[in-house]
Write a protein that binds this ligand. Structure first.
Ligand SMILES: NC(=O)c1ccc[n+]([C@@H]2O[C@H](COP(=O)([O-])OP(=O)(O)OC[C@H]3O[C@@H](n4cnc5c(N)ncnc54)[C@H](OP(=O)(O)O)[C@@H]3O)[C@@H](O)[C@H]2O)c1
Length: 328
């Protein structure tokens, strides 16, 4: 297929493009930062500069490319400081998930594009009630914290707009697998503590496994929402010490919820402490997806072991895409 990947230069996009090409697809890959044109080309795609918030430019780019499929992986979270307000940190990403998605869908309709797959997110979204692991059929949190209302609404918009158009919304777990994963620095600096009893559940996914599921979602004749997470949703008290150990860092600190509320805000603590994990059963069944890293228990050491042995330098990551760091 001729595939238009929006956000080809990013964390997931740069894992996805080589897998698409290995499956025989032809890829047109968009980037935002001018320095990333060569990076997209080196991955094997035809690079196209595009701001997804410029709807006329999106229309032109899609009509010019004439793709059979579109994959939307554009977000703006690199280098973001996560403070007390998630809505502030996610502001630009929320626009990419609403206005950007709408512009791509409109262009897809006009260009007669048959397949549409988009990045959504699983963690911290399901209702904080009942069992620890949720399927796509389970309700989303009807009362997200005040500081994350717009962020949750943007993800819900993407899920609904994409699936109503007959596409696939992939609710990925927390990404890991690269030297600049968001959690690496704070865990290494012991700035990411276990809160209370650490019972909130997280779901993770290695970037390579996320890319593999995305290729299958493109190729299989499916539509709807899919959780793309590993087999082992786990409480923070289990995965966070394992991540610190894989990084060769000291064990995480433990803080009581009242102190975490003062530092990170009520919303972040409410979400972290009450969060539910996501089941990947539907993606495994419908897509025939198998994981290279079925659990973060294998994935964290495989990803960060070389870094830890190199004394914290990140240039020797075993699963890094060549040129990833240099391009940033
Ligand atoms: N994805 C998530 O939900 C999430 C959540 C929490 C933390 N993180 C962390 O955030 C870091 C990665 O950030 P990321 O997920 O945003 O990926 P990223 O690696 O920054 O990639 C995002 C992609 O979207 C493109 N893009 C950005 N703004 C755009 C715009 N206005 N129009 C069109 N394309 C645009 C980027 O282009 P250029 O790179 O060329 O500018 C890039 O191709 C990782 O450390 C990850 O762990 C991600």
């Amino acid at each position: 297929m001729r595939v238009f990947v929006a956000g080809a230069s990013g964390a997931i996009g740069s894992r996805l493009v080589p897998q698409l090409i290995a499956h025989g697809h032809e890829v047109i890959g968009t980037f935002r930062s001018p320095a990333n044109a060569e990076r997209v080309r080196a991955l094997g795609a035809q690079p196209v500069a595009l701001d997804l918030l410029d709807a006329p430019a999106v229309r032109r780019a899609v009509l010019d490319a004439g793709p059979e499929a579109i994959i939307h992986q554009a977000t703006a979270l690199a280098d973001v400081r996560f403070g007390r307000s998630l809505d502030r940190a996610f502001g630009p990403t929320n626009r990419l998930r609403t206005e950007g998605t709408d512009a791509l869908l409109a262009a897809a309709r006009e260009a007669g594009v048959r397949r549409f797959v988009a990045q959504s997110f699983a963690s911290y979204r399901y209702a904080r009630e009942g069992g620890p692991v949720k399927t796509e059929e389970d309700p989303l949190d009807p009362h997200p914290p005040a500081t994350a209302i717009k962020t949750n609404a943007a993800m819900r918009h993407l899920d609904e707009a994409v699936t109503e158009a007959g596409g696939v919304a992939l609710r990925y777990g927390g990404f890991y697998g690269a030297s600049d994963d968001g959690l690496v620095k704070p865990v290494r600096k012991r700035q990411f503590p276990v809160i209370g009893d650490g019972g909130g559940i997280s779901s993770f996914i290695h970037l390579d496994d996320a890319a593999a599921a995305t290729v299958l979602a493109l190729e299989c004749d499916v539509s709807g929402v899919y959780n793309v997470t590993d087999d082992e949703p786990a409480p923070m008290r289990d995965w966070l010490p394992a991540l610190a150990a894989a990084l060769g860092a000291k064990p995480p600190r433990h803080v009581p919820p009242w102190l975490a509320r003062l530092i990170a805000g009520r919303g972040a603590v409410m979400m972290a402490a009450g969060s539910r994990g996501a089941s990947n059963a539907k993606a495994r069944r419908d897509l025939g997806w198998t994981l290279r890293y079925p659990s973060w228990r294998q994935g964290f050491p495989a990803t960060y072991g070389a870094t830890a042995r190199a004394g914290g330098r990140t240039s020797h990551l075993v699963t890094d895409v060549p040129g990833h760091d240099q391009a940033r």
